[in-house]
Ligand binder design. Sequence first.
Ligand SMILES: C[C@@]1(CC(=O)O)c2cc3[nH]c(cc4nc(cc5[nH]c(cc(n2)[C@H]1CCC(=O)O)[C@@](C)(CC(=O)O)[C@@H]5CCC(=O)O)C(CC(=O)O)=C4CCC(=O)O)c(CCC(=O)O)c3CC(=O)O
Ligand SMILES: NC(=O)C1=CN([C@@H]2O[C@H](COP(=O)(O)OP(=O)(O)OC[C@H]3O[C@@H](n4cnc5c(N)ncnc54)[C@H](O)[C@@H]3O)[C@@H](O)[C@H]2O)C=CC1
Length: 193
Amino acid sequence: MNQNELYPIFLKVAQLNVLIVGGGNVGLEKLTFLLKSSPSANVTVVAPEFHSELVELAKNHSVELIHDVYNSSYLQEKHMVIATTDVVAVNIEVYKDCKERCILVNVADNPPYCDFYMGGIVTKGNIKIAISTNGKSPTLAKRLRQFFEEVIPENIDDLAQNLNAFRKTIKGDFQDKVDTLNTLTKGIINKNQ
Ligand SMILES: C[C@@]1(CC(=O)O)c2cc3[nH]c(cc4nc(cc5[nH]c(cc(n2)[C@H]1CCC(=O)O)[C@@](C)(CC(=O)O)[C@@H]5CCC(=O)O)C(CC(=O)O)=C4CCC(=O)O)c(CCC(=O)O)c3CC(=O)O
Ligand SMILES: NC(=O)C1=CN([C@@H]2O[C@H](COP(=O)(O)OP(=O)(O)OC[C@H]3O[C@@H](n4cnc5c(N)ncnc54)[C@H](O)[C@@H]3O)[C@@H](O)[C@H]2O)C=CC1
């Protein structure tokens, strides 16, 4: 069986500078899911033309739209870049410019030109689950996201909040705390408890 070797991390995108190149259907999709998960994300989109829904979405968030074709000056001070234009050569140019500058880059429709993939994302309060199929089936990532949105209870966040409060009250050294928390939460995964 193939193993997914991607390493997921949870980025504070409000304190990173994200650039999206291209503002069509794919640019809109990537921006929509980015802002759904991270409404305060700090994003710039550069394109000569924008999808009307993307313009609307940008108005209500920290998103700057620049009407221009891509050039490498737009990479200045960017931490990660998503290329979504309909011109393959432009997307590859973005990829190469990013690699030269050690900027993380994703060419949305071209997996070999991705340092990272966007995932399916489930958020319930403080709890967040990211899903990847290793690029094999984005549709399956979407379906799994919908499944987990349905089955994970809304009040899972209460559990996280309560455990956070309790965690602060436990006395003893580090190992005592770990033991107390492990004993208390055993029942979450052990059906026989
Ligand atoms: C590799 C990856 C790179 C990246 O984009 O980061 C990638 C690549 C490609 N997507 C394609 C198509 C579609 N993408 C979606 C949807 C999503 N795609 C997302 C991620 C990823 N897509 C990364 C892998 C993630 C993983 O590891 O599983 C999601 C999870 C997150 C997001 O977009 O933010 C989001 C669901 C969000 C949600 O609902 O929760 C749908 C379904 C739909 O829209 O209903 C379709 C149409 C159906 C189909 O083709 O499957 C194509 C073919 C293009 C063509 O044919 O030209 C390629 C290119 C290729 O595979 O070669
Ligand atoms: N439409 C879809 O759902 C999907 C499309 N794709 C592929 O992704 C690519 C993009 O598709 P769409 O977003 O639908 O295309 P689109 O035509 O809706 O959008 C392309 C965007 O790129 C911009 N652009 C063009 N040249 C540019 C440049 N030099 N610099 C900056 N921006 C530039 C355009 O102004 C426009 O905003 C295509 O290659 C398509 O085959 C992949 C997956 C799904």
